[in-house]
Design a protein around this ligand. Structure first.
Ligand SMILES: NC(=O)c1ccc[n+]([C@@H]2O[C@H](COP(=O)([O-])OP(=O)(O)OC[C@H]3O[C@@H](n4cnc5c(N)ncnc54)[C@H](O)[C@@H]3O)[C@@H](O)[C@H]2O)c1
Length: 344
């Protein structure tokens, strides 16, 4: 088909295409097998026309709209959805389609991974964060007892459809938060994508940014599907970022930070001073935060809490030069020193 970029994620029998192109939503019935019962999962913040367009292309759609926000990544919501599917007579031959951001994608994927021991899953990301990162790679999960993604699976979708025109309704701040996840990949793995952030305007050509990120993510996941090594590079910015998020995340405070904004801040202490200076200029350009609202000691407390689950050292990704990275095992105390140097 014309105007479609297709990136293949090659994982043997779990391989799948990621279709990228403006206007693709109207072709969803041709790209995915929807001639069956289909659970179309979306949330209240996603324009309802998107899920309606998918439902219109299905033989037997069941649309479920959950509350928007991280709170829906819960066992209670998961159970409600499974119950609806059982009552509607879903069988192993039916499927789930996510129409939303990372919250809907993670939840829908976990539902698909476990209903009747696993049914087909398709993802239609409607946030930039999900398009560039969350929708590809098969990590699906819900939260438990305040621990993010505590219960989940590696479960690859059968296909992903990224239609950049769906992002036109996304608030600018959400676009910037998504750009932070794209920037994370550029800093560690793709110097030419970084130069688009530094010298160009990625927002003008989101399709190009999405395609570049999906290619990067596909190649990382193909080499390390279950995060035994290489895939950890995608956690750049996340170690300290998670510490900030657990104290100042949007779920914790009314005026809290989005995940991507926390990741942006988390990249700063893990970068050389040259890289940090270049990042700060880009953050200013896209109105990403440059100062942590959480004191380093409080970030450290959150990290130490995580450390109990992980053992003594933390695996952290550092960047000295754009397009390269280094993984080091360090103690949380060392991260505290770095955070103090950068944030105070
Ligand atoms: N599975 C993975 O590999 C992976 C990777 C990164 C993040 N995540 C997860 O992703 C989640 C965050 O995802 P997110 O940033 O997409 O947030 P989100 O899914 O909460 O979406 C953000 C907000 O935007 C709204 N929205 C979605 N699409 C819209 C559109 N087109 N127009 C207007 N509003 C729209 C949503 O309703 C929501 O209110 C977290 O739970 C995180 O753990 C998963």
């Amino acid at each position: 088909m014309k105007n479609i970029k297709e990136v293949k994620v090659s994982l043997g029998e779990r391989s799948y295409p990621v279709y990228i192109g403006k206007g693709l939503l109207s072709r969803v019935g041709k790209l995915f097998n929807l001639s069956r019962r289909v659970l179309v999962l979306t949330d209240r913040g996603v324009p309802k026309e998107y899920a309606e367009a998918v439902a219109d292309a299905c033989r037997e759609p069941l649309t479920v709209t959950v509350k928007d926000g991280e709170g829906s990544k819960s066992l209670a919501t998961y159970e409600e959805i499974l119950t609806k599917m059982l009552r509607a007579g879903f069988t192993r031959g039916d499927c789930v389609v996510a129409v939303g951001g990372g919250v809907v994608g993670d939840l829908a994927g976990f539902v698909a991974s476990s209903y009747m021991r696993g049914i087909d899953f398709y993802n239609i990301p409607t946030t930039l964060l999900s398009a560039v990162d969350a929708s590809v790679g098969g990590k699906v999960a819900v939260n438990l007892s305040g621990i993010k993604n505590a219960v989940g699976a590696f479960y690859q979708p059968r296909g992903v459809l990224c239609d950049p025109s769906l992002l036109s309704t996304l608030p600018a701040r959400q676009v910037s938060a998504g750009l932070a996840e794209a920037l994370k990949m550029a800093v560690t793995l793709d110097a030419s994508l970084f130069s688009l952030f530094e010298n160009g305007d990625p927002i003008e050509d989101l399709e190009q940014v999405i395609a570049a990120c999906v290619k990067i993510k596909a190649s990382v996941v193909e080499k390390d599907e279950r995060e035994g090594g290489l895939r950890r590079v995608l956690n750049f910015g996340h170690t300290i970022g998670h510490g900030i998020e657990s104290r100042a995340g949007i779920e914790e405070r009314e005026n809290g930070l989005y995940h991507g904004e926390c990741v942006a801040l988390g990249m700063l202490p893990m970068s050389s001073s040259d890289v940090r200076a270049r990042l700060l200029k880009i953050f200013n350009k896209f109105s990403l935060p440059t100062v942590s609202p959480v004191a380093p000691d409080s970030i450290f407390e959150a990290l130490s809490h995580d450390k109990k689950a992980e053992g003594k050292f933390i695996n952290a990704i550092f960047v000295n030069e754009i397009g390269t990275y280094e993984e080091k095992k360090i103690m949380p105390e060392e991260l505290l020193t770095l955070a103090r140097e950068v944030y105070l």
